[in-house]
Design a protein around this ligand. Structure first.
Ligand SMILES: [Zn+2]
Length: 66
């Protein structure tokens, strides 16, 4: 079952909902009952694509298994 990400347009609360593709989209924020927006392109837990890179640091250490 796919996970959809939503963001509240009112309080900016972000949340993920697992739902079938046939389910109705979530319409209101669980926090403030404001209107929520489905965030396309961020399905699941991966952060692919532009705008979500963590640029603060070190290159990933090579995996060494002695
Ligand atoms: Zn909200």
């Amino acid at each position: 079952m796919p996970t959809y990400s939503y963001k509240c347009t009112k309080c900016a609360h972000e949340f993920d909902v697992q739902q079938s593709i046939t389910d109705d989209a979530i319409a209101s924020c669980p926090e403030c009952e404001g209107k929520v927006q489905k965030m396309f392109g961020k399905v699941g837990v991966t952060f692919k694509g532009t705008g979500f890179y963590i640029t603060d640091s070190k290159p990933a250490p090579p995996k060494k298994e002695n």
